[in-house]
Design a protein around this ligand. Structure first.
Ligand SMILES: Nc1ncnc2c1ncn2[C@@H]1O[C@H](COP(=O)(O)OP(=O)(O)OP(=O)(O)O)[C@@H](O)[C@H]1O
Length: 246
């Protein structure tokens, strides 16, 4: 047995035990359990419609679960697939949306914009931003709250491939720096491997397999073992690679 790390000994940030959730007579989650330790980055991987967003919404407090236990900190924020900026408010105000615009908060918003590569853009209107820039603002808005839990619901899915790669690197860097516990919901296997400490695969309403990602950071697709690990996850998802095997 390996020596427990500080992370292992700390109280978990998120504890989900035996959660069940149905819509009408359709069971979406059954007996779903997952733990996130402080600072841990977990990717929840699953086929379309498998219940990933439902679980994330339960953790965000946006959806009720039917059975089981959910413990998540109140200091949590969500970044959705679309940036959800308020068009009538400038970028700086969007970053501190819902909070009183004190001088300190405005300074924190400016610092968060610098962190996401949008320093000095406080006065810009959301309609003047590209999709990637708007998603950077959404990320700044999440980080400025210093969350203990960051919930990412396919935050790169609507971005073009190049912007997605840049945003993945930015999220990896910022999460490393700020150390929230992160749950990333995705159906992109590569993204899960590039970003997460651990990948949980959602199968039949529960976590079927959980695997530690065995690669050092910064991660690269080309490292030895990447292709095998990727194939293993794809098989768990019931996908056989036919074209362009890594
Ligand atoms: N409010 C709702 N009422 C009824 N059914 C719902 C509701 N929300 C989600 N569902 C259903 O629950 C199932 C799981 O949805 P969910 O969005 O959690 O899946 P997902 O794994 O995130 O899928 P995707 O990757 O396509 O976003 C889907 O079949 C969906 O239609």
């Amino acid at each position: 047995m390996s020596t427990p790390t500080v992370q292992d000994l700390a109280a978990p940030t998120v504890r989900v035990e035996n959660v069940g959730k149905s819509y009408g007579d359709r069971t979406i989650l059954s007996d779903f359990s997952l733990t996130l330790r402080p600072g841990e980055f977990v990717a929840l991987l699953g086929a379309s419609g498998s219940g990933k967003t439902t679980l994330l919404r339960i953790l965000a407090g946006l959806e009720a679960h039917d059975t089981g236990t959910v413990e998540a900190p109140a200091e949590r924020t969500v970044v959705f697939q679309e940036p959800r900026l308020v068009a009538s408010k400038r970028v700086g105000s969007n970053v501190i949306l819902g909070q009183r615009a004190t001088r300190d908060r405005r300074a924190a918003a400016s610092a968060a914009l610098v962190e996401v590569g949008l320093g000095g853009r406080e006065a810009a209107w959301p309609t003047t931003l590209s999709g990637g820039e708007a998603q950077r603002v959404a990320l700044a808005r999440a980080l400025v709250r210093n969350p203990r839990l960051l919930l990412l619901d396919e935050p790169f899915a609507a971005l073009d491939a190049l912007t997605r790669i840049k945003m993945q690197a930015l999220v990896a860097e910022l999460c490393h720096e700020h150390q929230p516990a992160v749950l990333l919901v995705t159906h992109d296997v590569d993204e899960a491997i590039l970003l997460a400490d651990r990948v949980a695969v959602l199968q039949d309403g529960k976590v079927g397999v959980e695997l530690e990602v065995p690669f050092d950071r910064p991660r690269r697709r080309g490292v030895p073992g990447f292709g095998d690990f990727r194939r293993r996850l794809l098989l768990e998802l019931g996908v056989e690679e036919a074209i362009g095997a890594a």
